[in-house]
Ligand binder design. Structure first.
Ligand code: SF4
Length: 225
């Protein structure tokens, strides 16, 4: 695909003619309701075939013509989500203590900080994060490269989950009982470790390759299982 289309976050569609774009909406949380009106107006004006909700908590405008993309982005007033490429693609965030009556940890607060710090960060392979405010795990943290699950005692940190391909992998628990700052610090270390490891594969496959114990040792952690 031409670099300028990549820069515009354009994803070629099945008809090989039109493109989808998916603006970045951190945490999928919208408090400016005019954004929703703009998305609807732009989709209608430029003849989108559909607006599809994605698993990364985004609105994808599907079936746009390439010659309209500059105007589409200008009128949306948004920037592209990292839907493709070797980078941190998404940080999926549940409603946490901000909205959910069951939450025990601040998934929105921590998740938005992670999104601000890591969304789009270039890494050796695609990378996803999930933040869930309680063990119900609504952000599917167990199938993310890095996941947080809120417990009464603090954050449980999971690493190495993914579902793409024919052999999905549940993440390993790498730490428990962390406060917000400690969880953010550990995530920073894991992301840094993955970046320097330089392996063109999912984190879970790298962990399987070197072994959980060695992975934990390299992060300065004691194995938990
Ligand atoms: S994971 Fe827990 S806090 Fe988050 S939405 Fe689900 S039930 Fe609510």
């Amino acid at each position: 695909m031409a670099q300028d289309l990549l820069d515009k976050g354009a994803i070629i569609q099945r008809d090989k003619t039109t493109y989808a774009i998916a603006p970045h909406v951190p945490g999928g949380i919208i408090t400016d309701f005019n954004m929703l009106r703009r998305i609807a107006d732009v989709a209608e004006k430029y003849g989108a075939q559909a607006v599809k909700l994605t698993s990364a908590e985004r609105f994808a405008l599907v079936g746009l013509r390439p010659e309209d993309l500059d105007e589409v982005w200008k009128e949306l007033g948004l920037s592209p989500g990292a839907a493709i490429g070797l980078c941190v693609r998404s940080v999926k965030i549940c409603p946490g203590t901000t909205f959910c009556r069951l939450a025990v940890q601040d998934a929105v607060g921590v998740g938005l900080k992670l999104d601000g710090k890591y969304h789009g960060k270039i890494l050796p392979y695609k990378f996803k994060m999930g933040v869930s405010g309680c063990p119900n795990n609504c952000s599917e943290s167990s199938i993310k490269d890095l996941g947080l699950v809120g417990m009464q005692s603090g954050w449980r940190v999971l690493a190495g989950g993914f579902v793409s391909g024919l052999k999905p992998r549940l993440a390993d628990v790498i730490a428990t009982g962390l406060n917000d700052e400690q969880a953010m610090d550990l995530i920073d270390r894991v992301v840094g470790w993955f970046a320097q490891a330089g392996k063109s594969k999912r984190l879970g496959k790298v962990i399987d390759e070197i072994g959980y114990e060695k992975f934990m040792d390299e992060l300065g952690l004691k194995p938990l299982s």
